[in-house]
Design a protein around this ligand. Sequence first.
Ligand code: SAH
Ligand code: SF4
Length: 363
Amino acid sequence: MVFSIESILHKKEFTKDDIVYLLSLKDENDRECLFAKAREIKEHYTGNKIFMRGLIEFSNICRKNCLYCGIRAGNSHTHRYIMSDEEILESVAIAVKSNYGSVVIQSGEQNSADFANRIDQLIKKIKAAAGKDFRITVACGEQTGDTYRRWFESGAERYLLRIETSSAQLYRSLHPDDKEHIFETRRSCIYKLKDIGYQTGTGVMIGLPGQTVEDLAYDLLFFREAGIDMVGMGPYLEQENTPLIEQKHLLVPVNKRLDMSLKMIAVLRILMKNINIASTGALQAIEPTGREMGILAGANVIMPNLTPVKYRGKYLLYDKKPCLDEDTLTCGSCIETRIKMLGYEIAGNEPGDSLHFKERLKQ
Ligand code: SAH
Ligand code: SF4
């Protein structure tokens, strides 16, 4: 079959082969054509506004051992921390003061009753401090349906849980072969979260050892089939103290992982026009202007890091994490200025709910 970028971009539905074709584009003009189409769709559906979510990485304590992650339980080089409620609320206050309509509270995975209770109380405290229109996204890994429901009822409206890859086989190669790291369990959490009523976010890592362009095309098709509301995806980046570093020789160079991540954002925007797509920090770890490039490829959300500087260097999912010593407030204002220079507006103090989610509620 003969493909051309114009004929594919005019299609109503993409096949897996169309997606593979778009993800494989190399010619500079073709790439720009793809990004321009994604921007046009973004601006039509989600407007000219970019939404800011303050990211609070409140603990690096994790019970799991994902082979790629720097804060995995087995990494004895990491000094563990957990922020106090007061510290977390201070970061929330910075988000409110900066006019962000929402925060993401993210941590390693813990499954004790104490942890579930603490997060439950914390959600209520954040809601009381920041107001009912302020949105809380939780990203604390796999939990029971009861825990997800409790946190939802206490005021968390959004949940982020990346499936990491839609390939069961690749997932297996990235995780220990035990009952704590099961592909189907993780995937079933996405459906649980949707059923409970969360704005549900997921994502994958891009450029993993052994990952093919077909795998990535299936990832995008999975997002559509699962009907998710938000996506945060970005390049896989090496972390020296993790087992996956042994497969370093299988990796493509970081600039190719960045390029593929941008194409993934653009194709996803064309596939799922009204979802929220984040331009993630891992893009910036490869290229200082990586998050702006993500916005120009079709993303509409930025997550400035509000983790206090003293903890940032300990939340090292990957090496070369950006903004480790930047002051929390300047980190946000520097990205805001750069986004405005691209011609976008920064959304004021508004929730920025996923339009896809609002449509889903109507049905
Ligand atoms: N523990 C929670 C949230 C924290 S980890 C969870 O696992 O869902 C958040 C995300 O960081 C993971 O989903 C993974 O996609 C990403 N991540 C971890 N290690 C990474 C690495 N080496 N490179 C890029 N992303 C990584
Ligand atoms: Fe823990 Fe999440 Fe890292 Fe896995 S990816 S080791 S669950 S923090």
